[in-house]
Write a protein that binds this ligand. Structure first.
Ligand SMILES: Cc1cc2nc3c(=O)[nH]c(=O)nc-3n(C[C@H](O)[C@H](O)[C@H](O)COP(=O)(O)OP(=O)(O)OC[C@H]3O[C@@H](n4cnc5c(N)ncnc54)[C@H](O)[C@@H]3O)c2cc1C
Length: 387
C-alpha cells in the first residue's frame, strides 16, 4: 500500500469512527425493539460516500479496493454498529460492474454512487431450493421486449429499502440444460415498478433486526434490457460476486469479535465478585484470550483473501475459510462476552445479547459452515463430493 493510499484509508477510518459515534447502543436497541430499519445510519454512510467505495471513480464512486472495504466494515462493527442494513450495496453492484453492458453501467452506477438509487437487495435463495441454487424455480420467460417472472424468493434482505434488486431466475428449465447450473440468468429489477406489476414483498419476523423478506412474482414483466450479460450464464455471474461477499461478511465478524472482546475485557476488569475482579479467574479470562487469538488468526485469513481478490487471483478457498474462521471467532467472542457478563449479558441495555444474536447469523448466511467444509473437502483437498 502506498503512503498516499494508507493516508486516505486512515482518513476514511476516522470518518467511519466519527459516524459510528453518532449511533450509540441506544440507537440500535431502539431499532431492534421496533424492528425498524436504521435509515439514518445508512444515510450517514451513504452521504460520506462509504457505500460507493467499490464503485470505480469513472462511475462516481471512490474506486477503493476490497481490502479497504473490508477495513471499513470491520471498523463499523468494532465500533458497535451494524452494516448488515447496507453492506450489500457495496458488493452487489459488482455483478453489474463486471457483467453489465456499458449502457447499464452508465445508467445505474453513477446513481448508485450518488445515493440517488439504492441497490441493497440480492435475490437468490428460494424456499424449496435452499443452498442448492441449481434447483431454483423462479422463472423468467421471454415475451417480446420483456421477460415475465413467476415464482418465489425467501430471505431477501433490505427489499423494502431498495430501489433496485439483482435477481437470479431460471430462463431454461433444469431438465433442458446439460449442466444443472446452466439456464439461470441475472436481472436488474426496478422494485417500485415491479410492485405495481405483480410483485409482492412480505417481511419475515426474525430473531434479529435484519429487514428480511419473502418475495412473490406473479406474471411480473421485466424489460429485456435489464438482463445482465448473456441469458443462461447467470450462475457464473453470481458466483463471481460471492467471494467478495464472503470476505466482507468475514470482515464484519472480525469487527463484532473485537467489540465483544473489548466489552468482555472491560467488564471482567470492572466487575467485582468475591472481593476481586472476575477477570482474575482463569475461567473468565481464558475464553476471552482464546477468542482474541482466534480473531487475530481469522483476520489474517480475511486479509489474505482480500489481497488475492484485489490482485485478481483465485481466492475461493481463502474467501470461504475467511468467512468460516471469522464467523467462528465472532461467535466464540460473543459466547465469552455473554458468559463474562453473567445475568447482565441478558439485559438489553448492555447490548451484548443483541450483538450475540446478530453475529450468530454468519454461520448460516450467506453460506453455511457445512457447505464451506464441503467446498474445502472436495475442491481443495480432492475428496469425493459429499452431496
Ligand atoms: C437473516 C437472513 C438474511 C438472508 N439474506 C439473504 C439475501 O439477502 N439474499 C438471498 O438470496 N439469501 C439470503 N439469505 C439466505 C441464506 O443465504 C441461506 O439461509 C443460507 O444460504 C442457507 O440456506 P437455507 O437456509 O436454505 O438452508 P438449507 O440449504 O436448507 O440448509 C439447512 C442446513 O443443512 C445444512 N446442509 C444442507 N445441505 C448440506 C450438505 N450437502 N452437507 C452438509 N450440510 C448441509 C446446511 O449447512 C444448513 O445448516 C438470508 C438468510 C437469513 C437467515
Amino acid at each position: 500500500m502506498s503512503d498516499e493510499h494508507s493516508e486516505t484509508l486512515t482518513h476514511i477510518l476516522q470518518t467511519v469512527e466519527q459516524i459510528c459515534a453518532g449511533f450509540p447502543g441506544e440507537y440500535w436497541r431502539a431499532k431492534d425493539s421496533d424492528r425498524a430499519y436504521p435509515t439514518e445510519f445508512v444515510q450517514a454512510l451513504s452521504d460520506a460516500g462509504l457505500l460507493a467505495c467499490l464503485i470505480p471513480q469513472e462511475y462516481g464512486g471512490s474506486g477503493l479496493c476490497l481490502s479497504d472495504a473490508s477495513a471499513i466494515l470491520t471498523a463499523i462493527h468494532e465500533n458497535g454498529c451494524n452494516a448488515a442494513a447496507c453492506h450489500a450495496q457495496m458488493y452487489t453492484m459488482g455483478t453489474l460492474l463486471r457483467h453489465g453492458s456499458e449502457a447499464q453501467k452508465t445508467r445505474y452506477l453513477p446513481a448508485i454512487a450518488s445515493g440517488e438509487l439504492r441497490l441493497q437487495a440480492f435475490a437468490v435463495t428460494e424456499p424449496t431450493a435452499g443452498t442448492d441454487t441449481s434447483r431454483i424455480t423462479t422463472s423468467a420467460v421471454r415475451d417480446g421486449d420483456n421477460y415475465i417472472l413467476n415464482g418465489q424468493k425467501v430471505w431477501i434482505s433490505r427489499a423494502q429499502h431498495s430501489d433496485l434488486m439483482i435477481l437470479l431466475a431460471r430462463t431454461t428449465p433444469r431438465d433442458q440444460v446439460s449442466k444443472r447450473t446452466d439456464g439461470l440468468s441475472v436481472f436488474i429489477v426496478d422494485m417500485q415498478r415491479a410492485q405495481q406489476q405483480g410483485m409482492t414483498v412480505k417481511p419475515i419476523a426474525t430473531m434479529i433486526n435484519h429487514a428480511t423478506t419473502e418475495i412473490f412474482f406473479d406474471d411480473v414483466p421485466v424489460p429485456a434490457e435489464n438482463l445482465i450479460g448473456e441469458e443462461g450464464n447467470g450462475f457464473k455471474y453470481i458466483l463471481s460476486g460471492m467471494n467478495a461477499e464472503r470476505i466482507l461478511i468475514a470482515s464484519e465478524c472480525i469487527g463484532d469479535a473485537r467489540w465483544f472482546i473489548k466489552t468482555a475485557s472491560d467488564y471482567a476488569n470492572d466487575r467485582q465478585v468475591f472481593g476481586r475482579p472476575i477477570g482474575q479467574n482463569q475461567g473468565i479470562q481464558f475464553p476471552i484470550a482464546r477468542a482474541f487469538a482466534q480473531t487475530e488468526a481469522a483476520e489474517l485469513m480475511v486479509q489474505k483473501a482480500a489481497r488475492l481478490y484485489d490482485a485478481g487471483a483465485a481466492c475461493g478457498a481463502e474467501a470461504n475459510m475467511a468467512k468460516m474462521l471469522a464467523s467462528e471467532a465472532s461467535w466464540a467472542a460473543g459466547e465469552a462476552c455473554m458468559q463474562t457478563h453473567g445475568g447482565f449479558g441478558l439485559a438489553q441495555e448492555y447490548d451484548v445479547e443483541r450483538k450475540w444474536r446478530e453475529t450468530r447469523l454468519y454461520q448460516i448466511a450467506p453460506i453455511s459452515t457445512n457447505l464451506i467444509l464441503a467446498y474445502l473437502g472436495q475442491h481443495v483437498l480432492g475428496m469425493p463430493r459429499s452431496y
